[in-house]
Design a binder for this molecule. Structure first.
Ligand code: GL4
Length: 814
């Protein structure tokens, strides 16, 4: 094994400035005098990447030659966020960069800001993948992230003059993107369609068309580990630039059709979070990246071998299926082993089952992918045959176990009409995990109950986590410095449980005041950020109360906005004494899937409540509401450190985990939340007295469903709720138009699937407790410190250690 060497020896600021100059001159082709911030950004990115290059090569060599099993993280989404600051931090070049760009006549912040944020994910699931590959590299575990380099990431969100969401495409690759190495010489062929024929007693797939999968490699530097792993994102290219035949017939437009069809595959990220879209292109995307990745792993681990011994494949790499999106990998590996390498079915099955594990990220039935058999048959006929055979084998296995006939039918992977990907994943892999204790329990008790009864040992939990490098160190440098001062070390950045050492300091008034000052400074910076980015004025002497996440009914942004409306109405009509009102600024950030009608209407409502409330002199200084456009990682990094009260108010039993909740607690916000997802564990750790709990728990929700839920009853029972809904229905937020929100109002009063109305009173009542505490800043901040001190468990380093121990059975490179 190669000796671990430090990344290219650290340079002085002068040397780093020279490296940037060199990039400007030879790669960018501009002089220092001509250079703009965008030029310097690209040059600095390339310079820092060069510093990581040797460690990347060493890590790759050790990954292949060492005897440590690698991890392959298969994910349709990697929501990376901006790269430059993170790369500088991990390369140990932050100070040199600051001094170097100043020497070149620029402000470091302007250079960092020039980076365009890649949005190759929808939300929590994609960001989790990014945190995980950061932690894998930081722990020194050999790993590949495998995904798709979409040409267009998640849409950019704007609001029109009526407050409606408008989506615009995210042209993130329209300027030079300095991080990815495109590697045309390590491409893979991925085929589709056609038919399966028998030749000499063997099944042979004759595909109809193929695309060229070209890898784009991103370096994933570990924090202080000297390791640099690989994120390999595939881009789809056509083999035939032109269909010459068509061209000769001078049908010019048709001639480029194959190219268009091929390149469409990696063109766009589907903007649905927690809902499935049964579209052909989506299945093409899934198969495209999974097939390319599996072939790539064989290429990497058996270099130059025509007849590799693939029975050792599961000892080389273990593949984690990030939700159902990459599950087509199970029949694909079977096909590769049987059709391409000549293994028999049973050997192939043993290898396949050992190779894969599945993480389920949801409890919503609509998010578990089910593909029509007809679609799979058309696109991947050989895979459909293999799936049918897996399904038959599964049934036989269950029968042998004595499982009842009707249960076996309920558990069918292949139903004739459809293929259930979650079931295929559960049977086809070694382990299945949920993403928080409660979620994993509900998977076993409800969603995958039959499977857990039949294969209890397969099921386990790994509670999610977030990387402290990005979400504390980079996002909140002032708090990071204070933590380091308080603990007397900065080791907490790679051992987050050390934060516990802060707990005694919650009793030290001097420390508490410093902590409060950090929060105030972060609020102040956010005021500037919001002015620059959104042109809004915010009063920093109000409580900053935030709800940022995707817009989904189960997350219940409706509950929050109804409470805001109720507060507004109360101040207006005098049922709330204006002098008693604690001044608050409420921030929302949320993208809605473009086809999600009620979600988009909720956004419009929030925008219009914001317009009315913020312009009403009667509540000025008491209440302000802002729907911030285009919630993304950059906004999160700025808003989370400035937030004092975080909203995690989903209906119990619906949010698998949440990861925003962890980021807020680690940045010293208090949470108002339900017993859902990872909230349960956060509350356990930070202490019930340091968490504002409200609402029904899972059992109460279930029994209310069972006895028949009538939302109108709750509307009648709480005058605050009635008044809020009446204002919406009466046109207060639609210039008198009573129809504007009629579908939303009707849904609340007649369906209210996620029981927003039932939890309203409890939510409104707890506000008094929150506000009482806020008027005692020392007490509030003591609790905030205890949130930070006791949230070290929620590091993604700990999540990865749990995966290593419970699922992957591997560890760091020697
Ligand atoms: C999600 C869950 O909704 C979210 O609770 C969880 O934190 C995240 C990562 O495990 O995965 N599932 C889907 S789908 N989108 C998510 O964000």
């Amino acid at each position: 094994m190669t000796e671990i060497t430090a990344p290219k020896s650290p340079v002085t600021a002068e040397q780093f400035a020279d490296e940037i100059r060199e990039q400007l001159k030879y790669a960018q082709g501009v002089t220092v005098e001509q250079a703009t911030a965008a030029d310097v950004y690209v040059a600095a990115a390339k310079a820092v990447r060069n510093h990581l290059q040797d460690a990347w090569f060493t890590t790759q060599a050790d990954t292949v030659n060492g005897n440590t099993k690698a991890v392959g993280y298969l994910s349709a989404e990697f929501l990376m966020g901006k790269q430059l600051e993170n790369a500088l931090l991990n390369a140990g070049l932050t100070d040199q960069f600051d001094a170097a760009v100043e020497a070149l006549g620029f402000q470091p912040k302007d250079i960092v800001d020039a980076e365009y944020e890649p949005g190759l994910g929808n939300g929590g699931l994609g960001r989790l993948a990014a945190c995980f590959i950061d932690s894998l590299a930081s722990l020194g575990v050999p790993a590949f992230g495998y995904g798709i380099q979409y040409r267009y990431g998640i849409f950019k969100q704007q609001f029109d003059e009526n407050g409606k969401q408008v989506e615009t495409p995210d042209y993130w690759l329209s300027n030079e993107e300095p991080w990815g190495h495109i590697d045309y010489n390590r491409d893979q062929k991925v085929s589709f369609g056609g038919e399966v024929v028998e030749e000499n007693g063997k099944k042979v797939w004759k595909p109809a068309w193929s695309v060229r999968a070209v890898p784009v490699d991103y370096l994933v530097p570990g924090y202080k580990s000297q390791r640099v792993n690989t994120l390999r994102l595939w881009t789809a290219r056509s083999y035939d630039e032109f269909d010459l035949l068509a061209f000769n017939r001078s049908e010019y437009m048709e001639a480029v059709e194959p190219k268009v069809k091929a390149e469409n595959i990696s063109k766009i990220l589907y903007p649905e979070d927690s809902t499935k879209v049964g579209k052909e292109l989506r299945l093409e995307q899934q198969y495209f990246f999974v097939s390319a990745s599996l072939h790539d792993a064989i290429r990497v681990f058996y270099p130059g071998q025509d007849k590799p011994d693939l029975t050792t494949f599961p000892d080389k790499i273990t593949f984690q299926l990030n939700d159902t999106h990459p599950v087509i990998g199970i029949p694909e590996l079977m096909r590769i082993l049987i059709d391409e390498y000549g293994y028999d079915w049973d050997t192939a099955w043993t290898i396949t089952q050992k190779t894969f594990n599945y993480t389920c990220h949801t409890l919503l039935p609509e998010a578990l992918e089910v593909w029509p058999s007809s679609l799979i048959g058309e696109l991947l006929p050989r895979h459909l045959e293999i799936i049918e055979k897996i399904s038959d084998q599964f049934k036989a296995e269950l029968k042998d176990k004595g499982v009842a006939e009707n249960t076996i039918n309920d558990m069918a992977i292949y139903t004739g009409d459809a293929v259930r990907m979650a079931y295929l994943a559960t049977y086809g892999g070694s382990h299945v995990n949920g993403v928080a204790e409660l979620h994993s329990q509900l998977l076993k008790d409800v969603t995958l109950k039959n499977f857990s009864d039949a294969y209890p040992d397969k099921f386990t939990n790994v509670t999610n986590g977030v990387t402290p490098r990005r979400f504390i160190k980079l996002a909140n440098p002032a708090l990071s410095d204070l933590i380091t001062e308080g603990l007397g070390t900065d080791k907490w950045l790679s051992d987050l449980e050390l934060l516990q050492g802060l707990a005694p300091l919650a009793q030290d008034d001097e420390f508490v005041k410093k902590f409060a000052a950090v929060k105030q400074a972060n609020k102040h910076s956010f005021v500037g950020f919001a002015k620059d980015h959104y042109g809004i004025d915010i009063d920093e002497n109000t409580m900053f109360n935030t709800m940022v996440k995707r817009l989904h009914e189960y997350k219940r942004q409706s509950l929050k906005i109804l409470a805001v409306i109720s507060r507004y109405a109360g101040i207006k009509n005098g049922t709330i004494n204006a002098d008693d009102v604690l001044p608050r600024t409420v921030f929302f950030g949320a993208k809605a899937a473009p086809g999600y009608y009620l979600a988009k209407m909720t956004i419009q409502l929030i925008n219009n409540v914001s317009r009315v409330v913020n312009n009403d002199p009667d509540v000025k200084g008491k209440l302000a509401v802002h729907m911030l456009p285009n919630y993304n990682i950059e906004m999160a990094q700025n808003l989370i450190p400035a937030t004092e009260l975080d909203e995690q108010i989903s209906q119990a039993g619906k949010e698998a985990s949440g990861t925003g909740n962890m980021k807020f607690a680690l940045n010293g916000a208090l949470t108002v939340g339900t017993l859902d997802g990872a909230n349960v564990e956060i509350r356990e750790r930070v202490g019930a007295e340091n968490f504002f709990l409200f609402g029904m728990n899972v059992d109460e929700v279930e029994s209310l469903y069972a006895t028949g839920y009538d939302p109108a009853k709750y509307y009648e029972a709480d005058p605050r709720l009635k008044q809020a809904i009446d204002l919406v229905a009466g046109g207060t937020f639609s210039e008198g138009d009573r129809n504007a929100y009629a579908p939303l109002v009707a849904d609340w009063l007649t369906k209210d699937w996620f029981m927003t109305l039932a939890d309203f009173s409890s939510y409104a009542n707890i506000q008094a407790q929150i506000e009482e505490l806020y008027t005692h800043p020392l007490d509030w901040n003591r609790k905030a410190i205890l949130n930070v001190a006791n949230s070290g468990f929620f590091s993604s380093d700990r999540s990865i250690e749990d995966y290593l121990e419970r699922i992957w059975h591997t560890g760091p490179l020697a």
